[in-house]
Ligand binder design. Structure first.
Ligand SMILES: Cc1ncc(COP(=O)(O)O)c(C=O)c1O
Length: 406
């Protein structure tokens, strides 16, 4: 049973700030008490480094840090050796691109992606296009940002070595057919890479069932601490791939002849002292989400989103860009009002939303505008909050949006 009252009582930001409606969950989410407690416990009772000390305090930190990996492996349905901790989706996606280039790609190879991707899933490939002769090709998407499999089949060819897409788009909420794309990629001997930044927090992600080769996600978008995230990779691929960062904690030995023996995956991807308290908090976040149920979270969000979508369709002053998608943010503009001015007006009414291009800077070629307002929900949001937001949206006009600055 999804108990929204209980859930909301577990988030101090919701309890302490009833004046706010927080609809910027695509950027980062609030943290529940068990996550805060886990981080506080590390600071107040458990501070030490990990995998380096020979005393009980350090062993305790090891157990909590390694325990977080077990929780994340359970969340993604993979082996514990297939999850490396990162600092977020950006570092995971950069690691994948770097590793692919060094080990799996040669000049002329093609990466297939979409124009709807976040900068973190495009810029590493752009650099490779510039420096390593890799070519980027774009899969067509429909007006709601969704890839049709018949188009993907037409776009696929022997030169493609990887398909990389966000499972859920961060602007339109388009859900891509990742399982079918992975099957297609594998038919051509190519790899399937998934940006899970906006999917892992919101829906069950079974990497074995999806049969993807790599997936990156952010901890802070799933109730975990900032500066945390993870990288899933099939074990044999993680073993073959090169880490982009080298340093302490990830090597077994090296000598003055320059010979270096790295540890096995996943440790070889965690050079230097990690964000220990953050990762322990991320483990607590994964356990928290699993205790509610990822299917329940997904269904609850869809319910509230549907309610929101129906209300927004009725507003004459609003242009609504993704009415047909059932997942992800509500993306809109107030007609004739610059998105940042409109977001400023909403802020004056206690509504927290994001405006701009949301790091998806070539999506405007599909949307027809390079600046929108994004109201992104999480499972703790309610219909009452939607009503407050919709009431404020009704009032947006050029006069009052600009008026708040004078
Ligand atoms: C789809 C998508 N990919 C990647 C990222 C980057 O995530 P992070 O900033 O946590 O590294 C984001 C963040 O908004 C995102 O929405």
């Amino acid at each position: 049973m999804f108990d929204i009252k209980k859930i909301r009582s577990e988030f101090p930001m919701l309890v302490n700030h009833p004046e706010l409606v927080y609809f910027d969950n695509g950027a980062t989410t609030f943290k529940p008490q068990p996550v805060i407690d886990a981080v506080m416990d590390f600071y107040t009772n458990g501070t030490s480094n990990v995998h380096r000390g020979d005393y009980p305090l350090s062993a305790r930190a090891d157990a909590l840090y390694d325990g977080a990996r077990v929780s994340l492996a359970k969340l993604l349905n993979c082996d514990v050796k297939e999850v490396a901790f990162t600092y977020g989706s950006t570092s995971g996606l950069n690691q994948i691109a770097y590793g692919m280039e060094k080990v799996f790609l040669k000049p002329g190879d093609v990466i297939l992606t979409t124009q709807t991707e976040h900068a973190s899933n495009l810029l590493p490939w752009y650099r490779m296009e510039r420096d390593a002769g890799i070519k980027i090709e774009y899969l067509p998407v429909d007006q709601q940002g969704v890839i049709r499999m018949e188009d993907a089949r037409k776009a696929m060819h022997e030169g493609v070595k990887a398909i990389t897409v966000a499972h859920v788009n961060n602007v339109l909420g388009s859900v891509q057919p990742v399982k079918e794309l992975a099957k297609l990629a594998h038919e051509y001997g190519a790899y399937m890479i998934v940006d899970g930044a906006q999917s892992v927090p919101h829906m069950k992600t079974d990497v074995k069932d999806l049969d993807v080769d790599f997936l990156a996600f952010s901890g802070h978008k799933m109730c975990g601490p900032g500066g945390t995230g993870g990288l899933y990779g099939k074990y044999e691929l993680l073993q073959k791939m090169d880490p982009y960062a080298l340093g302490g904690g990830m090597n077994s030995r090296f000598n003055s002849c320059g010979e270096v023996l790295l540890k096995e995956a996943p440790e070889k991807y965690e050079a230097g002292t990690p964000n220990i308290e953050g990762i322990i908090g991320l483990g607590a976040a994964a356990e928290y989400l699993m205790s509610i149920g990822l299917d329940e979270i997904h269904e609850r969000e869809r319910q509230v989103r549907r309610y929101f979508s129906e209300k927004v369709r009725e507003l004459d002053n609003i242009e609504f860009y993704n009415p047909d998608n059932e997942t992800g943010p509500i993306t809109f503009n107030a007609k004739g009002v610059f998105s940042q001015d409109a977001a400023g007006y909403l802020a004056s009414r206690g509504i927290c939303v994001r405006s701009g291009n949301h790091c998806a800077k070539i999506l405007h070629e599909i949307l027809g505008t390079d600046s929108t307002i994004r109201a992104s929900l999480y499972f703790y949001n309610t219909e009452e909050e939607v009503d407050r937001c919709v009431e404020a949206m009704k009032e947006i006009s050029i006069e009052n949006a600009i008026g708040i600055f004078f």
